[in-house]
Design a protein around this ligand. Structure first.
Ligand SMILES: Cc1ncc(COP(=O)(O)O)c(C=O)c1O
Length: 375
């Protein structure tokens, strides 16, 4: 082994001994309580048909985009799609990115300059943390959903200040007091950025727009890889923000753009979202049913969430993995979320509910989980 490989192996061994070693697993035939396909769009035959038709209606479309948007890879179709999506979410403009990760990275790394400030909720997604790290701005995190903690950090802020939160947190499934956060952010002349990755779907317009706040929120991220069943993302904001990102967001500039097929998939997913009332009602019913079925217990608490993401905290990697393995052996695809993805002591199983889960499967799953909670 080379010196570098010895170092890599040591780091991997450390991961193994802390129970945090990760491996890739192929797709399974288990019942899906794990994916982000909240409304079943990724498996929708209707969506597949809509996409096929849209591609057929554009017989001259290319297989690949051939370049970055600023060189050969721009399509009028992409620009029109950005307008359609921005209008759907009631924002003036939007810029497509190849993923939500790229969008957060591009926005946060380019927006704040040396002397500016980025304030992040402590549970913010890794993509926002990485974007903030790549910028030269001062960085602070505040206690999860805690207005006083946020205000303390706002008082320290210098230069232009950006506050970054999620509207539904990916690992806890909870929602912040968005209006309070916006009010305090505005009180200090700062700008709010909201990551709506897990909200769009259950909330077809996103929570920001549903609450009538889109004209006060500086930028919102919508991703297409979750409830929309595809891949990619859009950063929504003003037209000036769109122009700025086109010029300065490196994860937008230095990458090959999405293919026509991918753009068509996104456009058709929005078409389906506009008539997805039934799926949204089923999802809401399934969330309600699961919460009614799970016993609330303080040793292994069910986190407070009204979203598709429901977590039971088992407090260590091994225990969370053990429960997830048992559930998988019983036919349910439930995954453990272990540290370092979540903080040490908050390791959990995360149950993602979908419109297509049956009441019978939810009842069976809850019965098994309850046995462990009571054990
Ligand atoms: C809150 C949040 N933001 C951003 C992302 C990144 O989105 P994408 O998967 O499109 O890269 C994710 C995905 O895990 C997420 O959960």
């Amino acid at each position: 082994m080379t010196a570098a490989e010895i170092h890599l192996k040591k780091k991997l061994d450390e991961r193994k001994s802390s129970g945090a070693y990760r491996t890739l697993k192929p797709e399974s035939a288990l019942i899906d309580f794990c994916s982000n396909d909240y409304l079943g769009f990724a498996r929708s035959a209707i969506l597949k048909h809509l996409i096929d038709q849209e591609v057929q209606n554009h017989p001259h479309s290319l297989n690949g985009s051939t370049g970055s948007r600023l060189l050969s890879g721009n399509l009028q179709y992409a620009e029109d799609l950005e307008k359609i999506i921005a209008a759907h979410h009631q924002y003036p403009a939007g810029l497509l990115f190849n993923s939500g990760y790229d969008a957060n990275l591009g926005l946060l790394s380019s927006l704040a300059q040396r002397g500016d400030t980025i304030i992040l909720d402590e549970l913010i997604h890794a993509s926002a943390i990485d974007g903030a790290r790549l910028s030269y701005a001062n960085r602070y995190s505040f206690k999860h959903n805690d207005i006083e903690s946020l205000e303390a950090k706002l008082k320290l802020a210098k230069g232009n200040c950006y506050v970054v939160v999620e509207s539904i947190y990916s690992m806890d499934g909870d929602t912040p007091p968005l209006l309070d956060i916006l009010n305090i952010t505005e009180k200090y002349g700062a700008h709010l950025i909201v990551d709506e990755a897990h909200a769009v779907g259950l909330h077809p317009l996103g929570l920001v727009t549903e609450l009538g706040l889109s004209n006060r929120v500086f930028a919102s991220l919508v991703t297409f890889g979750k409830a929309l069943g595809g891949h990619g993302a859009i950063m929504l904001g003003s037209d000036i923000l769109r122009q700025y990102l086109t010029n300065f967001a490196r994860s937008f500039i230095y990458t090959t753009s999405a293919s026509f097929h991918q753009l068509a998939s996104i456009k058709m997913a929005y078409r389906l979202l506009n008539s997805a009332e039934e799926e949204i009602i089923s999802l809401k019913n399934n969330i309600k049913l699961f919460k009614e079925q799970i016993k609330q217990e303080s040793t292994y608490p069910l986190l407070n969430s009204d979203s598709s993401i429901q977590c039971i905290v088992f407090r260590n990697n091994d225990k969370a993995r053990e429960i997830a393995n048992i559930l998988q052996n019983k036919g349910f695809d439930v995954r453990a979320i272990v540290s370092p993805t979540v903080a040490v002591g908050t390791e959990r199983i995360r149950i993602c509910l979908h419109s297509f889960n049956t009441a019978s499967d939810i009842n069976k799953l809850a019965t098994i989980i309850n046995q462990f909670i009571n054990a």
